[in-house]
Write a protein of this length. Structure first.
Length: 248
């Protein structure tokens, strides 16, 4: 039931738009279509994703105050109450980013399926609407350099680099370990766990994404690279927008 709804509302419409793009612009190779289609979907999702990015940026700004609360109040319940009071005072919703990510997840899965499940070797005419016609020929050579239906190690390296830059730029910088009243560094379990997770995201995730990209056709790599570039650009835009709002 859920699978049918997913196919009807997301996967099949996305697939038809993608094939429609190729049919409408037959002089453009499928690699460029992948990039254009990815950008189109990202722009459609932008009103949702910018709220998530705004929430992350606002959380970065108040992180020092959160660290101060953790040092000042040792009781976990009191910490939570003071932290939630700070969120309310600053107008920050710590869960909005998670909620919006969950809303976008089915859309991103459908987009991924369009690029991976159908590697352009043969158009699935059973999925096409009556007004969408299968193109007679699909040029799968991206700019004449490589076939996007085949695996590409060089492109997988670019995926890993893009993922690293995205994480480095969008994740909050780790603040120095705060000190307690007696001058000693606070080495709480939560603090050490946060540092460990940050290090893993920054260095392990790009390696993981390299092997993912290396295992799938190059069109998936083009999608991932385009997504990383868009995410970095979105972060730059939102930072400037919030900075301008703070000046008013």
């Amino acid at each position: 039931m859920i699978g049918n709804i997913f196919n009807m509302l997301l996967y099949r419409p996305f697939y038809n738009v993608f094939i429609g793009f190729i049919g409408t612009f037959p002089w453009i190779d499928a690699g460029i279509v992948v990039i254009l289609f990815t950008l189109l979907v990202k722009l459609i999702l932008f009103p949702l994703s910018q709220k998530s990015v705004r929430s992350q940026i606002e959380m970065k700004k108040i992180q020092p105050e959160i660290d101060a609360i953790k040092l000042k109040y040792q009781d976990k319940q009191e910490q939570a109450l003071k932290t939630m009071a700070l969120y309310k005072e600053k107008g920050v919703s710590p869960f909005s980013g998670i909620l919006l990510t969950l809303i976008q997840l089915p859309i991103l899965i459908a987009l991924y399926m369009v690029f991976y499940k159908n590697s352009l070797g043969q158009v699935n005419t059973n999925l096409l609407y009556s007004f969408v016609h299968a193109p007679a020929h699909i040029n799968t050579w991206f700019l004449g350099l490589f076939d996007i239906t085949q695996k590409n190690t060089i492109l997988a390296v670019v995926v890993a680099l893009g993922q690293y830059l995205q994480i480095r730029y969008t994740m909050p910088a780790m603040t120095p370990t705060p000190k307690t009243a007696d001058g000693k560094k606070d080495s709480s379990f939560q603090g050490e766990l946060a540092k460990s997770m940050s290090m893993q995201m920054k260095y392990v995730m790009p390696v993981f994404m390299f092997f993912i990209a290396r295992s799938f056709p190059s069109l998936v790599s083009l999608y991932l690279i385009t997504s990383s570039i868009f995410a970095i650009g979105q972060e730059i835009y939102m930072r400037k927008k919030i900075a301008q709002e703070d000046k008013k």
